[in-house]
Design a protein around this ligand. Structure first.
Ligand code: FRU
Length: 939
């Protein structure tokens, strides 16, 4: 019941949620309710149970036991009936109180077989009034308050007994009658029927009436006490077989059992009951008295189930005697056997019922569990689905967020790259501005610092200033163009013009330069005239830029060809050279504005080409490059013919080429800018104070430095780090001035190499660069640079730094030499290593007669020149002088610390004779070796 209540509670909750659920959930709920209904139906088909109370006067004799068994057997066919049984043990009082107790135990019906008739009237009427149906069984009471009476016809049985005895005694004889309990109805009725029948036999006389009270022991007692009288009778008739056999027993005990015959009532089957006694001859006859047990139960069920019953159910009887006892016994045995079978069957049925009940319960339990599992499963599925949906939504949101994050990251990465590129670009722009600015400021300062200036000198400086001012202008012009392009403000203003004349005009500007550099500059065109729609100003810049680039990278004696031809509905302009060409990487990034490859950004190239591409694209044309390292480069421009691709706005007025170029910068000025020969060396009236190696890739700066410093120093100039290094090794200069930013090996790498090599480690390096950042200075210092000068530099300052560095070097050389000779340490590890090695080799070689500079330089892995220069630079003395110093040092030591002879010391220190040793020693120490040995101190 509890399970059903829980199910109902869940169902209620589900039904209230039903409206808000989807189809799937609703189907699930209907299924659940269906299953629940099934369980409900199973519960409601259960039959009602009843309690039958049975009160019996006694349970002690066979007849009563048979009655109870009959009832029980019948009850097996009615499993919903329970029997509550009470045995009063022949006590009327007890039976009355038992009836009351049965009523209290909530019986639905009372079956009573009362001990006596009158004393039960009251209690039975009370029960009946309470609405409890009453069935009287076997014995009657004095009331009409009962529903049914079931029992044998006792008057008739008494009469049958009278008939039998009348016949048996042939109408004459003496009879003893033994009564049952006289206050019980069977005893009274049996007596009445018997006596009425005997009236038909006047010669049959009832000589004695005894009260046996239905009990064996009572009979035995009363018979024994009156045996003398009784033994004269012919027949004893008792109201039941129990009492007849009890009397027989007393007679038998006294050995007179054959003196009279015995007749009883009941004729029960069974080994010690009436039917067996007739078979044995103990009783002459008996009369079947049915128990009515089955009928009583049957009647009770009908009453309780509301069916009609017969109120007086009189059961029939038959006479049992020697003539029919066998057949009856056989029948009865068979019946007993059948009853036993029935009992067995009913036990089996009971067991099966139990099994069925248990299986049914298990089934219900399983079904309920299944339903609960289904419910929980479906609920879990529902929750899982809901969770999945929520999870999916979250996933989608996550994906969106991740996508947005990736986009933001990509954008910020782009922005970061763009910022970095822009910073790099500005850094290089500054660098590019610094060079022409240096070349304007430096000659201007020079001119201003002089009291008198020659015309030549003035012209040369002004020319340099002008050229660099133009260069600045050009750079600014390019930057303005770039700014416009960047802001999308570049507009095409095309007019239809003859492209042949236009290009010829440009070529003309480069003619003089081509001649000077012996470059084969040609304009090759297949048609005499080619009208094309283009923007003069922009195309002019593009072609001038391409040709100027070709000049930059093409060596003397090379070729630059500009080829023009019509190809379909396009024109093709090619600028070809056989110059140094580009690496594949350089080529791939040729048009990139902020290309940051391995090479430093080249503004004149990168900016110009990036702009060229923008300008050609404005024309809806194409520009591309083919190039191979050391073979040459070809730029190809394709422009569409006609003007259908142009908007009305783009088709502007016809404008003259040069007048239209704002800010004004002619190709000639550009050509002048590119022309190295324009810079004339200025004469400086100063003496030369050392050899300087200048490593600078910018031609103008290199030329300027060569010119400006050439008066004071011997200048060797190189344009790359690699050639600079070669010259440094070859010549061992006194100082190196190098730009940091160089193609290939840069200034920092060059410095590192110089400082790491034994042969060059002593050479001071001054780094010259446009970059002023502290990081660059730190890098320079790490590489071993001695000074760092930022462009644009002041020439006077530069000269001062050069002088100071060289003077310091000299001081240091002197200190270094004396320090080294006195065995104290030096600051430069490479130089110390070099001197250690050199000194060791000299000390070892001294004794050998072949020892000299030649062998020493070979052993050191240097050329004679390198050795001389290195020793000179480090110790400010000749190698030969240094060898002499070592000899003297060793000689001094041997003189002061040993007892070796002069001759021995002379040979050990490499002198061919003691006399030469003495002369040499005195020359250098102002003492003879003997004098020195006597007083070494002070020397
Ligand atoms: C059993 C019995 C039977 C008899 C019946 C009469 O108690 O004495 O022998 O027939 O009761 O009520």
């Amino acid at each position: 019941m509890n399970a059903i209540r829980t199910c109902l509670a869940i169902t209620n909750r589900l039904v209230s949620d039903l409206a808000s659920w989807g189809r799937r959930e609703r189907s699930f709920i209907l299924l659940w309710i269906g299953c629940l209904a099934l369980v409900g139906c199973q519960s409601t088909t259960e039959t009602r149970t009843y309690r039958i109370g049975f009160s019996q006067c006694t349970g002690g004799d066979e007849w009563r036991k048979t009655l109870l068994n009959d009832m029980k057997r019948e009850l097996t066919f009615h499993p919903n009936y329970t029997l509550l049984y009470e045995d009063a043990g022949n006590s009327t009082t007890k039976q009355i109180s038992q009836i009351q107790s049965l009523v209290d135990r909530d019986i639905d019906l009372l079956i009573i077989s009362p001990n006596e008739a009158a004393p039960f009237t009251k209690v039975v009427e009370a029960v009946f009034r309470q609405g409890i149906p009453v069935i009287l069984l076997d014995r009657k009471i004095e009331t009409e308050s009962y529903n049914a009476y079931i029992g044998g016809d006792n008057v008739e049985i008494g009469r049958l007994a009278g008939v039998f005895i009348g016949n048996y005694l042939k109408g004459k004889g003496r009879v003893v009658e033994v009564w049952g309990l006289p206050s019980s109805s069977p005893a009274q009725e049996r007596h009445r029927g018997f006596r009425e029948e005997l009236k038909k036999y006047p010669n049959i006389q009832v000589v004695k009436e005894l009260n046996g009270q239905w009990e064996r022991d009572t009979v035995r007692r009363v018979v024994a006490s009156d045996l003398n009288t009784l033994k004269n009778a012919d027949l004893l008739f008792a109201h039941n077989d129990v009492m007849a056999l009890g009397a027989y027993g007393v007679f038998k005990q006294n050995g007179i059992q054959d003196q009279l015959d015995f007749v009883g009532i009941d004729a029960l089957p069974g080994p010690s009951a009436g039917m067996q006694a007739i078979t044995d001859g103990t009783l002459k006859a008996s009369f079947l008295y049915p128990t009515g047990g089955e009928e009583a139960v049957e009647t009770a069920t009908r009453i309780l189930e509301g069916k009609s019953v017969k109120r007086e159910q009189i059961l029939s009887s038959i006479q049992v005697d020697g003539s029919n006892v066998r057949a009856l016994k056989a029948q009865s045995d068979k019946l007993i056997k059948q009853q036993l079978d029935i009992e067995k069957q009913s036990q089996r049925i009971e067991k099966l019922t139990e099994t069925y009940t248990s299986q049914k319960n298990t089934l219900y339990l399983t079904l309920t569990s299944l339903l609960v599992a289904m419910f929980l499963g479906s609920w879990a599925l529902y929750l899982y689905r809901s969770k999945q949906t929520a999870y999916q939504t979250l996933e989608n949101q996550n994906d969106e967020i991740r996508e947005q994050k990736d986009k933001i990251e990509a954008v910020s990465q782009q922005a970061r790259v763009a910022t970095e590129e822009k910073l790099r670009f500005y850094s290089y722009i500054s660098h590019e501005f610094n060079t022409p600015l240096s070349l304007i400021l430096t000659p201007a300062e020079d001119l201003l610092s002089k009291k008198s200036v020659s015309t030549n000198e003035l012209k040369s400086n002004l020319s340099l200033i002008q050229k660099n001012a133009y260069r600045l202008l050009r750079l600014i012009d390019q930057m303005l163009d770039l700014r416009k392009t960047d802001a999308g403000k570049q507009r095409l203003r095309a007019t239809e013009q003859d492209l042949v004349v236009f290009i010829q005009d440009i070529i003309q500007d480069f003619k003089r330069k081509a001649e000077k550099q012996r470059i084969d500059l040609q304009f090759i065109h297949s048609v005499p005239a080619l009208p094309v729609w283009f923007d003069r100003e922009k195309l002019d810049k593009v072609i001038v830029n391409l040709i100027a680039n070709a000049f930059k990278y093409t060596p003397k004696g090379g070729l630059i060809h500009v080829v023009l031809e019509g190809v379909g509905n396009q024109v093709r302009i090619q600028v070809q050279d056989n110059g140094e060409g580009m690496t594949p990487e350089e080529k791939d990034h040729a048009f990139d504005l902020f290309y940051s490859g391995t090479k430093p950004f080249n503004l004149s190239k990168g900016l110009g080409l990036a702009l060229s591409m923008e300008f050609i694209q404005l024309h809806q044309g194409e520009i591309e490059v083919q190039s191979e390292k050391d073979k040459g480069t070809t730029f190809t421009i394709l422009l569409p013919m006609g003007n259908t691709h142009l908007t009305a706005e783009e088709m502007g007025e016809q404008m003259a080429r040069k007048a239209d170029m704002q800010p004004t910068l002619s190709a000639q000025q550009l050509v002048a800018d590119l022309d190295e020969d324009e810079v004339t060396a200025v004469e400086w009236p100063l003496k030369r104070a050392g050899t300087l190696l200048v490593v600078e890739d910018n031609d103008d700066i290199r030329t300027f430095l060569t010119t400006r410093l050439g008066n004071e120093y011997e200048i060797i100039a190189e344009s790359t780090g690699e050639t600079g290094w070669e010259r440094a090794l070859e010549l061992i200069p006194d100082l190196i001035i190098s730009d940091v930013m160089l193609p290939g090996m840069d200034g920092l790498q060059l410095t590192q190499r110089v400082k790491a090599d034994l042969r060059t480690s002593h050479i001071p390096v001054i780094l010259l660069t446009a970059k002023g950042q502290i990081e660059q200075r730190i890098e320079g210092t790490r590489a071993g640079a001695d000074a760092y000068i930022t462009k644009p530099f002041n020439t006077t300052y530069l000269l001062e730094v050069l002088r100071t560095t060289l003077a310091n070097r000299e001081k240091w050389q002197r200190r270094y030499a004396s320090d080294f000779l006195s065995q104290s340490g030096t600051e430069n590890r490479q130089d110390k290593k070099f001197l250690n090695e050199l000194t060791g080799l000299i000390e070892q070689g001294l004794i050998s007669p072949n020892f000299g500079v030649e062998k020493l330089s070979r052993d050191m892995g240097l050329s004679r020149v390198q050795l001389y220069r290195k020793v000179q630079a480090l110790l400010d003395m000749n190698v030969i002088d240094y060898i002499a110093e070592i000899r003297l040092k060793k000689a001094r030591r041997l003189l002061a610390e040993s007892t070796k002879t002069m001759a021995e010391i002379a040979y050990e220190t490499g002198f061919s004779s003691p006399a030469y040793f003495t002369t040499f020693f005195k020359q250098h120490t102002q003492k003879t070796p003997s004098e020195y040995r006597k007083s070494p101190a002070g020397v």
